[in-house]
Design a binder for this molecule. Sequence first.
Ligand SMILES: [Cu+2]
Length: 219
Amino acid sequence: MKSRLTCLRPLPFLLVTLLLAGCASADKSQPATTASMHAKSSTTAMTSGMQMDMGSTTVGDDNPPTVNGVKPVASQLLATSEWQGLEIEARTMTPAPYVMVSDSAGAIKETTVKPPKGTSFHLMIMLNDEHTQEPVPYASVWASISTSAGKLIWSGSQLPMISAYMGPHYGSNVSLPGPGRYKLKLLISPPLGARHIEYAHVWLSTHTVDESFTWNPKS
Ligand SMILES: [Cu+2]
């Protein structure tokens, strides 16, 4: 499990389809077009109210930058796993809008996707090289959540997303029926495309993660 902050990491790659992740809260008081690198911001607005098995991590910088008028918010660790040197983290944060960026005949278009009413949290799957802590892109992640009795509650492909504060990850907004114990299943498919040889011979099959977590939102 990585110990460093999950915010303020560099974005070392560009996704072909960029998803500007809604992994922070919009601060209407900040100018929308200004990256106020030392603007007043707070990371104490922990609004998700979730109680997870493995503790929580808050963004620890007392004066983090505000990027494009958006402040960081805390995320909570849901579960961790490891696969051939790949650190797998499931995290949650307050549901937030995100922007789908598409290329339609050369015209780049942004479409804002708001979380549906009743969304429980934004689920983020982080894949990081456990040695370098660099995010591993170009994989695909499918997530499903079931009750402890095995009834499927939610299932979906995780979107490749980027966030100034959370870094590249695979995410979606998730609705649960209420507090309780749930099972989380992840199917992680190999990162496709070219690799430098240090990543030869790893992550060549579909990997399954089975974890459990407790969701206990405060009213
Ligand atoms: Cu996200």
